[in-house]
Design a protein around this ligand. Sequence first.
Ligand code: AMP
Length: 320
Amino acid sequence: MYIHKQIYKEIKNAPKIIIARHIGPDPDALASSIGLKEIILNTFPNKEVYVVGSPTSKFKFLGQLDKFTEDMYSGLLIVTDTPDYKRIDGVDSKKFQKSIKIDHHPFIEKTCKLEWIDDTASSASQMIAELALNTKLKLTTETAEKLYAGIVADTNRFMFSYTSTKTFDIVSELLKNTNLNITKVYDNLYMRPYKEIKFQGYLSENFIITENGVGYVVIESDKLNEYGVDAATAGNMVNNFNHINEMLIWVTFTYDSDLKTYRTSIRSRGPIINNIASNFGGGGHIYASGARVKDKEEMQALIEALDQEAYNYNEKNEND
Ligand code: AMP
């Protein structure tokens, strides 16, 4: 594909490369950015390559981050997994002379000079693997394990609908070329303390389900303290509540005492939810979105909008 060559050429010509991704990084954001740094350095060991953004202790197995300094604005910026300005973590993409976006979210706005957007790709990590497999950028087993982790996390273990033949082709190539250890990846991603399972039990007991199939649970700080679970971990648990008959859309509202808002994670098995998320200042994918709501009133308005969408979806499907 022409875009692979174009990106490879930009990378080859840049002595200094800065890689950024979205705020509140998940494994795909981290794996795609750190994996990209590694394939560049595996191929061009003399380049200066930095991955910037706030660190997270939970996913440190995906690698270390670098501290941003102002002189980095003279480099080539590559932003992975981020569709809009406001969610790029740690840098102002407008200040770079040269910039590239590599992203799998539906298009929101142009943030970089060269953009490779594939919203049919399962993950940004899949796109980085695709880039490596189609150019001279070199993959090692260690890097392939990170990219595999990003793919597995963003597809929720190949369950989400954007898991495609291309996803499996790329994973197959990663396995063939690098002999990566999938058990190690799953252990890194999914090992957790027993207290998290107990907390998941609390969530299971406390979903409220609307008439049209929107399940939601509100997680206040006292419960996080009681179970010893942090807000990020609690929010990520939304992925564990798929395939429940009564819930077509399910949502977790987790109070974030630093930002004094509720981190809102929304998932769907049919109704399209990202437009609704963006009406509440958030965004995301058609079946996996997020937002921040400031209070119970806004929470209620979001639930009502989702409930209406679930109603419309049910009506349409009953009449088809
Ligand atoms: P999460 O529920 O946090 O795993 O997020 C699911 C998806 O929604 C990801 O693709 C995020 O990029 C997107 N997303 C989450 N929170 C926000 C937000 N506050 N604004 C825009 N997009 C978001």
